[in-house]
Write a protein that binds this ligand. Structure first.
Ligand code: BEZ
Length: 136
């Protein structure tokens, strides 16, 4: 999906993770946004999007496993094009190559209003990009 279509005319919260089904992303990052979806959408957010460098089938299965439907839209950045274009790519040998840094952002009609990227020395950490820190 072109990012123009994703972001045009609405406020979107997007968060990126290093990989579907990895422990931190599955136990903490994605479930936090699913749990807080109503609170976040109550602040004028039309859509919450989870993006990962995985294929669409994996992203769909990951969303299904967590009951994401209607709460968090699962998007595959299959070839890391979004991660690279946004300067959020990360080489993670343990996951086989290029992935996405852990981050969150508020994008209003295509304009990035807030960007929280986990620090370079711990790019898969969970200090600033979790749901509980979003629109508090
Ligand atoms: C995680 O558990 O979130 C994770 C595992 C390996 C690499 C990156 C992230």
């Amino acid at each position: 999906m072109p990012t123009d279509d994703l972001f045009k005319g609405k406020k979107v919260v997007i968060f990126g993770v290093p990989g579907a089904f990895t422990p931190g992303c599955s136990k903490t990052h994605l479930p936090g946004y699913i749990k807080d979806a109503e609170r976040i959408k109550g602040k004028g957010v039309s859509e919450i999007v989870c993006v990962s460098v995985n294929d669409p089938f994996v992203m769909a299965a990951w969303g299904e496993a967590h009951g994401a439907a209607g709460k968090v839209r699962m998007l595959a950045d299959t070839n890391a094009e979004f991660a690279k274009a946004a300067g959020l790519d990360l080489n993670l040998a343990v996951l086989g190559g290029v992935r996405c840094k852990r981050f969150s952002a508020v994008v209003n009609n295509g304009v990035v209003e807030a960007l929280n990227v986990e620090p370079a020395d711990a790019p898969t950490g969970m200090t600033c990009s979790l749901a509980e820190k979003m629109l508090v």
